[in-house]
Design a binder for this molecule. Structure first.
Ligand code: ADP
Ligand code: MG
Length: 305
């Protein structure tokens, strides 16, 4: 048995950028942050989001293309760029023996999940009110305002129930490979008498990484995003950044509505769920560039028992 700390990292939108060109540049910084953690003697599994990419992929094909297929495409496309950047960063830093693999991952959801009746997950790019109204009319999309940053299309985001390829992910990890899995939250499928059927949804990558971290018996779930810490009274004059909170404090803040649904709320909920799932487990939410400082306990918001 290895004594390395096992970590599941969830990468947010800022790790990948919003366009093809931005992603090629962004993955270089992202690869540095991930290899930093490997050098901290951690075993790492990487999960990434796909909000902008999955919207872009669907738009470039056919607006009726199944979202599940678009998620699969986003896993391959993002996995390709990440694999490439990670390989280069590992070689540059002398880690010659470590290979990188992307697992196309299906995640089973519950057909009766109430999320299918209440779409909350923002995908695609940010739009003005006028553009949003136009797309709602033309394609029947549901549009919502996203945390003061503009309008976005929202889709159903059911909770992940089962990671279909979990054994394959585990065996790669146990052979010392760097694995990218559950990209974009995983390809959402339902089980129809043994047949896995894709459904029109996008699972939140924060919840998928929580489930993956539980299934892999990880020590730490690290959610890397665009803020160094989580705040209460976010954006208000009495904004307070949190460094270290217990599960019950986090639950109290969730109840008081401090975290925006579709952005910070799922992260805090995923962190709480993972930290509470077994003795010794903790979660951290921090800035991508601060990942190493975060595992060293120097920054970020840590959520623990
Ligand atoms: P990601 O792409 O990493 O999943 P999101 O944009 O979905 O990131 O969520 C992170 C964003 O959530 C932050 O950049 C910030 O604008 C917003 N946010 C909302 N509420 C809070 C809060 N209470 N504390 C910190 N950030 C918050
Ligand atoms: Mg997000």
């Amino acid at each position: 048995m290895s004594k390395k700390k096992r970590i599941v990292i969830a990468l947010g939108g800022n790790a990948l950028g919003n366009t093809l060109a931005e992603q090629m540049v962004a993955v270089k910084t992202t690869a540095k942050a991930i290899v930093d953690l490997i050098e901290e003697d951690c075993e790492v599994v990487v999960v990434h989001g796909n909000g902008p990419q999955v919207g872009m992929i669907q738009k470039s094909m056919d607006t009726n293309a199944p979202l599940s297929v678009c998620v699969a495409m986003s896993q391959a496309y993002i996995g390709y760029d990440l694999q490439n950047a990670l390989r280069e960063e590992l070689l540059n830093r002398g880690h010659k023996g470590m290979s990188v693999a992307t697992m196309i991952t299906q995640v089973r959801v519950n057909e009766a999940d109430p999320a299918f009746q209440n779409p909350t997950k923002p995908i695609g790019r940010f739009l003005t009110k006028e553009e949003a109204d136009e797309q709602a009319k033309e394609f029947g999309y549901i549009m919502k305002e996203d945390a003061g940053r503009g309008y976005r299309r929202v889709v159903a985001s059911p909770k992940p129930a089962e990671i279909i390829e979990i054994d394959a992910i585990r065996s790669l990890l146990e052979q010392g490979q760097l694995v990218i899995a559950c990209g974009g939250g995983g390809i959402p499928v339902v089980n129809e008498n043994g047949h896995l059927k894709g459904v029109g949804a996008v699972i939140d990558k924060d919840f998928a990484s929580c489930l993956l971290a539980e299934e892999l018996d990880a020590d730490f779930l690290i959610i890397l995003t665009a803020v160094e810490k989580v705040a209460i009274n976010f954006g208000k004059p009495d904004e307070t950044w949190l460094s270290d909170i217990s599960i019950s404090e986090a639950e109290k803040y969730i109840g008081e509505g401090h975290f925006a649904p579709g952005s910070m709320l799922p992260k805090v909920q995923a962190a709480v769920k993972f930290a509470g799932s077994k003795e010794g487990r903790a979660a951290l939410i921090t800035l991508l560039e601060k990942a190493r400082d975060g595992v060293q306990g120097k920054t970020g918001t840590k959520i623990h028992k």
